[in-house]
Write a protein of this length. Structure first.
Length: 132
């Protein structure tokens, strides 16, 4: 029995041969993942105006969220995107909500047209570079 996902990946890598990691489906969450709890600390942000901040875009332009004219604006922040064949950092799954960042991004991608149909726009705000 493995004590962590990292242990499983190391064992799988050894079984598959040096340097070869098994393909992982980053859109699925592990069954034993702790459920993040909403403590209500951000409830006061609903309907607050977005400040004028210039953010670099993956398209090479700059986005000012305060200048957008959509009825609804979804800005979701995520710490990192998983890379197929590469394990998450040690302890990653223990951070509440961290493991859900890739499935969240996939959900936004998969539902993007439905979001646009509601006169809304989506922006993902990441700590990673565009090249990553």
């Amino acid at each position: 029995m493995f004590t962590s996902r990292r242990d499983w990946l190391k064992q799988s890598m050894m079984a598959a041969g040096a340097g070869v990691l098994p393909q992982e489906d980053f859109t699925k969450l592990p069954a034993n993942l702790p459920v993040p709890m909403d403590d209500g600390a951000c409830d006061h942000l609903l309907r607050m105006p977005v400040p004028s901040i210039l953010l670099p875009s993956t398209h090479g332009s700059v986005v000012n969220l305060a200048a957008l004219k959509q009825d609804r604006l979804i800005v979701y922040c995520y710490p990192r995107t998983g890379e197929p064949g590469k394990p998450s950092p040690d302890g990653w799954d223990a951070i509440p909500g961290a493991r859900g960042c890739t499935p969240q991004s996939c959900s936004m991608r998969d539902n993007y047209q439905a979001i646009l149909n509601q006169n809304a726009e989506v922006f993902g705000l990441s700590t990673q570079t565009t090249a990553y």
